[in-house]
Design a protein around this ligand. Structure first.
Ligand SMILES: Cc1cc2nc3c(=O)[nH]c(=O)nc-3n(C[C@H](O)[C@H](O)[C@H](O)COP(=O)(O)OP(=O)(O)OC[C@H]3O[C@@H](n4cnc5c(N)ncnc54)[C@H](O)[C@@H]3O)c2cc1C
Length: 394
């Protein structure tokens, strides 16, 4: 699918292309191509983030007053597509996509003044402390407790599946501050430093062999109340607001399409005369087109201000399924060549092979890791329930 671009849009696209050509190095591109998990490693992405910062392009979706670009939705779409096409790495999306907008709405002036510029400069790396053993879909049942002690809270408990906790210096977490009334009514939203005594991070290895997520333990962690966002026990409302940005805040079309292009190229090479495969790939391409249109519509609506709303659940649901289908089809297309497995991680550090061979070794782990797309950020069953309630009124 190609959007009809105005001459101004084409000039903008060319400017973005030239910028990316100059600043996305081959090492960055290779690391991205060989990352079989969900996120680029910060050490791979930070240099590009700094260049974006200098250019003023780190957070195009933020209001201009906070450092956004003021681009139109089409420009935003062009930028994301071009970044994906160029293989540009992404640094700490959690900070730019979720923490920033959440702080703009619920943070104190002091918190906004302190954290937002640091996010833009790439000075902090954030991780998300929502899930606990036994509290995933039923998040409101969480038990990690924060007890008031003067100007501090004392935090005890455990988080799980905390992506990049081992690479982060800050965590935003949900903690229980009351057991009275409804379970949602006793939750508080807390920002903490990962270096605080009493916080321990233990790795979990994903089914693709990568270390991306962790368990995080809190043992009598003393943390200042100045890190609380909003009022005590207001955390559930803030948590849900942030989740809208997690599920629908970041355009996905560019990245999915760049993987789809690789799939189409592999099909040409491995099974050029297979009509069944051609039809499966065409169907997937149509799904991507449809989702991209929905995404652009969503971007235009948000250009007027506001949060993604319930459509974020639809975007999350379908993009995760499409991402899974793309990796599954890729394995079907490549066949036995995709069955080789290199146990070392990260692959971009472990391998020194011709590029095409290296990329084949990332297909299996990526397929395995991507099974989790329909779980992370809220499972597909939870998204369909939200959609049924909010959009269908069931
Ligand atoms: C790769 C990855 C990265 C993650 N990163 C983070 C992170 O950085 N920070 C963080 O806090 N969490 C993170 N998570 C955790 C994620 O949010 C949870 O795994 C998710 O919310 C599901 O919770 P659960 O694993 O406890 O599964 P459960 O909630 O136990 O669900 C098990 C199954 O039961 C179904 N189910 C549960 N309740 C219902 C219901 N009411 N109706 C219908 N079906 C239901 C689910 O859909 C699922 O199929 C990550 C998870 C993954 C896989």
């Amino acid at each position: 699918m190609d959007l009809v671009l105005t001459p101004e849009d084409i000039a903008f696209r060319d400017e973005v292309r030239a910028f990316l050509k100059e600043n996305v190095t081959d090492d960055m591109r290779r690391a991205g191509a060989l990352t079989a998990g969900f996120l680029d490693d910060p050490e791979v992405a930070i240099d590009f983030h700094k260049v974006l910062y200098e250019k003023g392009w780190v957070a195009p979706h933020w209001p201009k007053e906070y450092g956004g670009t003021g681009w139109t939705p089409v420009q935003r779409n062009i930028f994301e597509n071009e970044c994906a096409r160029a293989g540009a790495p992404s640094y700490n999306g959690m900070a730019r996509q979720f923490v920033g907008p959440m702080l703009m709405r619920y943070g104190s002036q002091e918190q906004k003044d302190f954290f937002l510029p640091r996010i833009l400069k790439g000075e902090d790396h954030w991780c998300q402390g929502y899930s606990e053993p036994g509290s995933g879909s039923d998040l409101a049942s969480l038990k990690t407790k924060a007890e008031s002690d003067g100007d501090d809270y004392i935090v005890n408990g455990q988080k799980i599946w905390t992506t990049h906790a081992h690479k982060s210096n800050r965590i935003f977490a949900l903690v229980r501050t009351s057991s009275e009334g409804k379970k949602q009514a006793g939750i508080t939203f807390l920002l903490m430093e990962m270096e605080t005594p009493g916080i321990t991070v233990r790795p979990i290895i994903g089914n693709g062999g990568d270390h991306e997520f962790n368990e995080v333990f809190f043992d009598n962690v003393r943390t200042p109340k100045s890190g609380r966002v909003g009022e005590e026990n207001q955390g559930w409302e803030i948590a849900k607001y942030l989740l809208e940005f997690e599920r629908g805040g970041a355009p996905s079309a560019g990245k999915v399409r760049s993987r789809f292009r690789k799939l189409a190229a592999a099909a040409k090479k491995y099974c050029p005369d297979d009509p069944d495969m051609a039809s499966r790939i065409a169907e997937l391409g149509i799904d991507i087109d449809a989702m991209e249109m929905l995404e652009i519509k969503d971007l235009s609506e948000r250009q007027m201000g506001g949060n993604p709303g319930p459509v974020s659940s639809l975007l999350k649901l379908r993009w995760s399924q499409i991402r899974q289908e793309t990796t599954e089809l890729m394995l079907d297309v490549v066949g036995a060549d995709a069955l080789r497995w290199a146990p070392e991680r990260p692959l971009y550090e472990a391998l020194q092979l011709p590029r095409e061979e290296e990329e084949l070794l990332s297909l299996g782990p990526r397929y395995m890791n991507y099974r989790a797309y329909t779980i992370l950020g809220g499972t597909s069953e939870i998204q369909t329930t939200i959609l049924a309630k909010t959009m269908l009124g069931l």
